[in-house]
Design a protein around this ligand. Structure first.
Ligand code: SIN
Length: 531
């Protein structure tokens, strides 16, 4: 069996993985694995931007307060304080790495999005994620100590027992081209495998967002938290296909208005902040309007912004709408909510360490405690940079004391390369539908329970498919089967946390308990794998 030895293994090529790799590579050798091509990451699709206090009339206190308010009581204040105060430096670091943000009159242009009390969204037109990803990938490609392996999917983490304590010692990784499992032996590992929203049938995320980081961490024994807090973005272009085209909240920041089937602007009747209310409130309002009208979508009217400004600031959105026959300069855009972001994930301390020694996590697959029950818009790219950099520093401090890479006697992962493809696709479709129907924007206990039962059946079906595998083996099929297992594991974690929380808070709204219950639930929903 092939193996590779390295100082540090990074799993994922989004903003967190790349930032982290660039930091640690000054002092250590890095292997960075990504399951598709390097540009295929959630980061690449981010339109909005990165929140940071850069205006003289803004303040750290206000950004902290906005974040805490959106988080509905569950943000960890120390983590938020660290996030916000590190914002300006994080933006400066990105600029140093070659990211070009939009500017006017010699200053970075600042937008505003829902839940923010002041303009503070640094952006690159409406393609911020792509601008960041392209610049960081270039820096990584030029770095002599980083080896980037595309089409390599992490299947399981290696854990070894050292002086009575389990620690992470790397991962088994599938080379999709050769269909071979490779043991990557590392002294320390970062999970930065991105989001999970592909477990829903309508999502703004690409199909790669299958929760790999959370599933890998959880199966290896790391604690996971707050999985019930799935953020639905209120405005995806209708019809929302499996990978729905996002209509950035920044458009509402510039003055676009949500209208119902009768053409009435409805947000002010739900929240005083109207279009700029936090995302959970806007998504629920859209959901309520759809229920009321029975229509398949509401409208986002950006016509008052003016054609010139739209062309300058939102060329990507105009293009995406045009591809579906909508001229957003002249007519309202049909929009619906779609699953967008996981606020929970693998639990970390303030320096990105998980509960499994040797394993760190950053980016969307991590739960650093900054988002609480609802993430403030554009805080996620910021969190990815700030906490990846903190994780890098802490890992470098620990590295001299970490054991060298070596074999761990952990058996190679089971060969899943012969799973029948058509059945896999059907199982995947049904899983997404279960999550959409039973764990959506508005939940009910009976629905959650039904979702739990169906997911158990799907999990059993996955195991039985494994037993009847017959087709000739290939890496794509193996990766599909492994992704589906991850999706099932993550979906079951969502159900488990949603079932535990008998209240409504932030993104978790359950009709049986429509109020917050601070007495019992002003705390994270923690899942320890041995439970
Ligand atoms: C958006 O542009 O609306 C999405 C930004 C985010 O998710 O923070």
């Amino acid at each position: 069996m092939t193996h590779i030895d390295t100082d540090i293994l990074v799993i994922g090529s989004g903003i967190a993985g790349l930032t982290f790799a660039l930091r640690v590579a000054e002092h250590a050798g890095v292997i960075l694995v990504t399951k598709k091509a390097r540009l295929d990451s959630n980061t690449n699709y981010a339109q909005g931007g990165i929140a940071a206090v850069l205006d003289r009339t803004d303040s750290f206190e206000r950004h902290v307060e906005d974040t805490l308010r959106a988080g509905a009581g569950l943000c960890h204040a120390d983590r938020v304080e660290t996030l916000v105060r590190s914002g300006p430096q994080a933006v400066a670091d990105l600029v140093d790495w070659g990211v070009r943000f939009s500017a006017s009159a010699g200053r970075l242009a600042l937008g505003i999005e829902g839940g923010h009390s002041h303009p503070r969204i640094v952006h690159s037109q409406d393609k911020t994620g792509a601008a960041i990803e392209t610049a960081l990938l270039k820096a990584v490609a030029e770095h002599p100590r980083i080896r980037l392996l595309e089409h390599h999917m992490a299947l399981s983490l290696q854990a070894e027992c050292l002086e009575g304590r389990r620690r992470c010692a790397g991962a088994w990784v599938l080379d999709l081209e050769s269909s071979q499992a490779i043991e990557v032996r590392a002294r320390a590992t970062l999970l930065a495998a991105g989001g999970s929203a592909a477990i829903y049938c309508h999502t703004t995320n690409p199909s790669i967002a299958t929760g790999d980081g959370v599933a890998l961490g959880y199966r290896a024994g790391a604690t996971v938290a707050n999985m019930e807090f799935i953020q639905f973005h209120p405005t995806a272009l209708y019809p929302a296909e499996e990978h729905a085209f996002l209509i950035s909240e920044a458009l509402r920041g510039e003055g676009a208005v949500l209208r119902n089937a009768s053409g009435d602007a409805f947000m002010a009747s739900y929240d005083g902040r109207a279009e700029l209310a936090p995302r959970d409130i806007v998504a629920r309002a859209v959901h309520a309007e759809l229920k009321k009208s029975g229509q398949p979508h509401v409208w986002l009217d950006a016509t008052a912004i003016g054609a010139d400004r739209l062309e300058e600031r939102f060329p990507g959105i105009l293009e995406g709408c045009r591809a579906k026959g909508v001229d957003a300069r002249r007519e309202p855009i049909p929009v619906v909510p779609a699953a967008h972001y996981l606020c929970g994930g693998v639990w970390t301390d303030i320096d990105g360490q998980t509960t499994l020694p040797g394993l760190f996590a950053a980016g969307e697959c991590a739960c650093t405690g900054v988002h609480g029950a609802n993430r403030l818009a554009s805080n996620s790219l910021l969190e990815a940079v700030v906490y990846a950099e903190r994780a890098a520093l802490r890992m470098l401090q620990q590295l001299p004391f970490a054991p060298g890479p070596r074999g761990t006697d952990v058996p190679a992962p089971a060969d899943l390369s012969r799973f029948p493809m058509a059945e896999l696709a059907s199982l995947r479709r049904r899983l997404k539908q279960v999550m959409w129907d039973h764990l959506g924007i508005v939940r009910a206990r009976a629905e959650i329970q039904e979702g739990a039962t169906r997911l158990e059946q799907l999990r059993e079906e996955w195991s039985s498919l494994r037993a009847c595998s017959s087709e000739s083996g290939n890496g794509e099929r193996w990766a599909e089967a492994a992704e589906l297992l991850n999706m099932l594991d993550v979906a079951r974690l969502v159900v488990r946390c949603a079932w535990w929380r008998r209240e409504s808070r932030g993104l978790h709204y359950v009709t049986d308990y429509p109020y917050r219950n601070n007495e019992s639930y002003l705390r994270d929903s923690i899942v320890v794998p041995t439970d």
